[in-house]
Design a protein around this ligand. Structure first.
Ligand SMILES: [Zn+2]
Length: 294
């Protein structure tokens, strides 16, 4: 079954190393549920092992973990680790009960990610696919620039790549690595994907041609409207991985480090021009998108 190709490959690549160089830091060693902590640590280790094929941090990984009562502490920690930028602080200010961000030190030597899960979010919530995949998703946002810059000396930001590729890649591999049944986890993630009000009807009724227009008109985001990037990115990334294999899709990053032109890299690596690629994407989105707005 085609749907399992990338899943099997991700799982087997996640067995390559046993990574333990991780510090888990909470405010004043605040006690947290040990099952909760184990879930986070195990999830992170599997994701580090998967990404180690492409990039592995030189120094330990630091997890700063807190809830909404720890926002000031979290800001102090980010300042201490010299990880302050507008985005980190803005995300912290706007969070209430779940989310987080990944940051990498200036020289890419001190990977660190922070995670906020609200105090009212119990174990039940953590079992939800959206929450359970948070750790792996955040780690992917550390490994992605690490990988990109390990194959280039230009100091490139992942924000220069299409957001569907970056977010789809982050969600896809981490969902493959969650405990439990992959298809079930995948479908739960998609069913609970965020779709802003006002978009549901548009998505429900969009034909393949409509999708083609949507993609072409949103060229700023390299084809996928930013409001759709997670779930639409997931569908497209998943299809690419299942068709071409993970290494080929990862090598888009390597090629991009040279071209700085994603469309060119699509052609160089996959052998299809960007118009054909849009056609392929619009077909995938037409076939799949309705399942997120049922
Ligand atoms: Zn993300």
């Amino acid at each position: 079954m085609k749907l399992l190709n990338g899943y099997k490959e991700t799982r087997s690549q996640s067995l390559s190393i046993n990574y333990n160089n991780i510090s888990f830091i909470t405010k004043n060693n605040k006690s947290i549920d040990s099952i909760f902590k184990d879930n986070i640590m195990n999830n992170l280790k599997k994701n580090v092992s998967f990404w180690s094929q492409y990039w592995l941090p030189e120094n330990e990984i630091i997890i700063l973990h807190g809830d909404e009562n720890d926002l000031d502490w979290m800001k102090e920690q980010l300042t201490f680790f010299n990880m302050v930028d507008g985005l980190n602080m803005r995300v912290i200010d706007s969070l209430s009960n779940g989310g987080g961000g990944g940051v990498v030190g200036e020289k890419l030597t001190t990977p660190l990610f922070w995670q906020i899960i609200g105090s009212d979010v119990g174990m039940q919530e953590l079992k939800s696919v959206g929450m359970a995949k948070l750790t792996g998703h955040l780690y992917a946002h550390i490994a992605q620039p690490g990988f990109l810059n390990s194959v280039s000396d230009k100091h490139i930001k992942t924000t220069m790549m299409p957001s569907w590729y970056i977010e789809g890649q982050s969600d896809y591999h981490t969902i493959c690595l969650l405990d439990g049944d992959f298809i079930e986890n995948r479908n739960t993630f998609l069913k609970t994907a965020y779709v802003p009000d006002g978009y549901r009807e548009k998505i429900k009724s969009a034909s393949s041609d409509d999708w083609y227009d949507i993609l072409c008109n949103d060229a700023d985001f390299e084809g996928i409207p930013v409001t759709y990037e997670y779930w639409a990115g997931f569908f497209v990334y998943e299809d690419l991985v299942n068709d071409f294999g993970i290494e080929k899709i990862m090598s888009l990053t390597v090629d991009f480090a040279n071209t700085l032109d994603f469309r060119q890299s699509i052609f160089n690596v996959l052998g299809i021009n960007y118009n054909e690629f849009y056609l392929k994407m619009s077909k995938i989105l037409h076939e799949n998108a309705k399942s997120v707005v049922l």
